[in-house]
Unconditional design. Sequence first.
Lengths: 327, 293
Amino acid sequence: MLRYAVTRLLGVIPTLLLVITIAFFLVRLAPGGPFDQEQALAPEIRAHLEAAYGLDQPMLVQYGRYLRGLLHGDFGPSFKYRDFTVTELIGRGLPVSLAIGLPALLFAFLAGVSAGCAAALRRGHWLDPVIMGVAVVGMILPVLVIAPLLQLLFGIELGWLPVSGWQKGTLTDLVLPVLTLALPLTAYIARLTRGSMLEVLASQFIRTAQAKGLPWSRIVMRHALPPALLPVVSYLGPASAMVLTGSLVVEKLFGLPGSGRYLVEGALNRDYTLVLGMTVVVATLTLGLNLVADLVYAWLDPRVRLGGLAATMSLAARGRSGGGESR
Amino acid sequence: MSSALPRGEYPVERGLWQDAWRRFRHRPVALAATHVLLLVVLLALLGALASPYTYDALDYSHLASAPELASRHWFGTDDLGRDLYLRTLLGLRISLAIGLLATAVSVLIGVGYGAVAGYLGGRTDEIMMRAVDLLFALPQFFFVLLLAVVFGQSLPVLFVTIGAFGWLVMARIVRGQALSLRHREFIEAAIAGGVPTARILARHVVPNVIGPVIVYATLTIPQMILLESLLSFLGLGVREPLASLGGLVADGAAHMETAPWMLLVPGSFLSLVLLCFNLAGDGLRDALDPRER
C-alpha cells in the first residue's frame, strides 16, 4: 500500500511538469501581449517594460526562470494588477474558492451516496423512481438556470438567505453557492451509486452473507457498501475538475471574490502570468484529488490493499477509465 | 421455443438499423423528446419570419417590457429594447450550431484517435490511451478557456476549441470497439489480402463502430451546448450583438428582479434542449447498444 502510494505520487510530478510546459508555451503563443493598449506605447517604453518583466529574454530562458520561480512558490508578477504578485492574487481568491468547492464535494458525496443507496435498497418502492427522476433533472438542468432560480426563491421571495455577496465568509453566504455547485454532482453520484449498489447486491457473496444469517443492515454496511463505492470514488477525480469549473460560474453568479474572477479577467486582459498561475494551481489541485481518489480506491479494494503492485496499477487504471463517463 | 411459432411465421431477418428503429419507436419518452427537438429546430430556423422585428434592433418604446401580444414582442424585450423572441431564436440557432459542429469535430478526432489506438493495439495503444487518461485528469474547461484566449473568440474558433474538449470519451469508446474487432475474420482476411492499414481502418473498422458513435455523439451535443453556454456566461464565448442561449441567460440573471422573463425564456429553452438531447440519446443507446442485444 505504501509502495503504491509513493509510486503514484512520483507519477504525478512528470504529469504536472508536462501540463505546466504546455500551458506556458500556449500562453506565450497567443497573438497580442499584455502591453497592448488603445494607444501604442513608444518603442523605448515598451522595451523597458519587456525588460522589466523579462519578456525580452529568449523563450527558453523565460521558461527556465518560471520553473525556478515555481519551486519557490513564486508565480511571478501580475501584468495587469500592478503592485501585486500572482501569488498574492491567488492567495486571496483560492481560500474563497475552496470554501465553496470542498463543502460542495463533501455534500455531493454524502447526499449522492445516501440517495443512491436509498433508491437501490427500495427498488420497486415509489421512492426509487422519485429519487432517480429528481437526479435526472438535477443532472441535466444547467447551473446557469438553477442558480438564479434559487436566488429568486430563497433570496428574494422567501428572504431566508442572502442573494449574493460575501461578508467575511458567514455560513449563510455559503449555503446557496455550495448547493448550486453540488447539485449536478449529487445527482450524478446518486445514479452511479444506485447502479453499482444494485450490481453488488445481486452478486454471490451477498447471497452467501444472507445465507449465513447476518442481519441485513450489517450486510449492506460491511459487505455491499465498500465495493459499491468503488465507481463513486474513481469518479471523485473528474468530479473535482467539475467543481473547479463550476466554481468559476458560481462565483460570478453569486458575486464571490474567488479565484475564478482572476482567471477570467486574466484571460480577457492577456495577463500571462495570472492565467498561467491559475492553470498551474488548478492542475495541481485536480491531479492531487485524482491521486487521493486512487489511494482511497486502492484502500477500499482488498485485492489492492493486500495484493501486489502489478494488480494495483492495472486496477487503478481501470477505475479511472470507468469513472470518467460523464464530461 | 421454435414449436411455439406456427408454420410460415418465422421472424424475418432484420438489419441492425431496422431493429434499432423498432426499439426506438417503442420508447415513448425518447420519441417524444425527438419530436420536441424537431419542433424546436424548426422554430429556430423559421420562427423569425413571423416577427416584424430584427434581433438587433432597439425598440425605445419598449425597454425591458413584459411579454405581450399587442406590441408583437411575444417574449418581451430586454433592457435595450431588443425583441426577446428573436434573440432567443438566434441563441437557439447559435447554440444548436455550436453543439452540432463541436460534436462533429470531437467525433472526427475521437473516432480517428480511438480507431488507430484500438486497431494497432500493443505499445501504441498503451501510450495513446495513457495520454487520454492524463487529459481526463485535468480540468479541460481551463484549457478551453486558454484556447479561447489564444485563438480569439470568433465562431469557427469556438467550434474547434469546444470540440477539442469532447473527444476523450469518444476515443475510449471507439478504441474499445476497435480492439475487439482487430482479430475478427473479416479484418484478418483484409490483412491477408494486402489491404493497406489506413484503408482497413477507413473501410472495415470505422463503419463497424458507427452505432456507439452515433449514441455517444447524441449525448455529446448537449455537453457542448452547455460548455459554450458557460463560456458565453463568463464573457469568453459568442460576442454581441450575436448571442447564444448561455449569453442570454447571463443577461437575464443580471436583470431577474426587474425583468424575470429575460431569464426564464432563454433559460427554459436551454433546459428544454439539453433535456431532449439527453432523453433522445438515452433512447438511442437502449436501441443501438450491442450490450443490450
